[in-house]
Design a protein around this ligand. Structure first.
Ligand code: FES
Length: 150
């Protein structure tokens, strides 16, 4: 797993235990999987207002987004306090798009069956590496993260 770094801002990611995550409109059903497009600013910055993403207001919520400069979506998770986690949804096996399974509370790859927990750690192969984690930050009502193609 490779973490990106941003030179001007300290990383703020949740490092405590996992939380029960609920992806609005996406509870284990592939038909309901919704990926919303988002713009990317200079240096890979994506900036969101929480009011535009009500799923992210409450800890445990998550949303799948497709930054314009990436070929695969990311999963943005709201954690306790001001914690956020942004994971690449590019499977580390051969690059398929993994999806959140709300019933199993895990990420699953439809191509060869790899599974990952909510932190992106592989729990079942063939993938051996964790999902890429992007730097992220929540300040008040503004959520920022920085992306780059993996
Ligand atoms: S591409 Fe995901 S398991 Fe093979």
């Amino acid at each position: 797993m490779s973490d990106s770094t941003h030179p001007s801002l300290a990383r703020r990611t949740f490092v405590g235990g996992g939380v029960g995550l609920v992806l609005a409109g996406c509870a284990g059903s592939a038909e309901k999987w919704e990926v919303k497009p988002v713009a990317v600013r200079e240096e890979g910055l994506v900036e969101l207002e929480l009011k535009d993403y009500p799923e992210l207001i409450t800890p445990g919520g998550m949303v799948a987004l497709r930054p314009a400069t990436l070929s695969k979506p990311v999963l943005v998770q709201r954690l306790e306090g001001d914690g956020v986690r942004v994971l690449s949804l590019r499977c580390t096996h051969l690059g398929c798009t993994v999806r959140w399974d709300g019933e199993a509370q895990e990420l699953r790859c439809p191509c060869h069956g790899s599974r990952f927990d909510d932190r992106g750690t592989p729990t079942k192969g063939p993938a051996k590496q964790g999902l890429a984690l992007y730097d992220s930050q929540l300040e008040g009502s503004v959520l920022r993260f920085w992306v780059r193609e993996q």
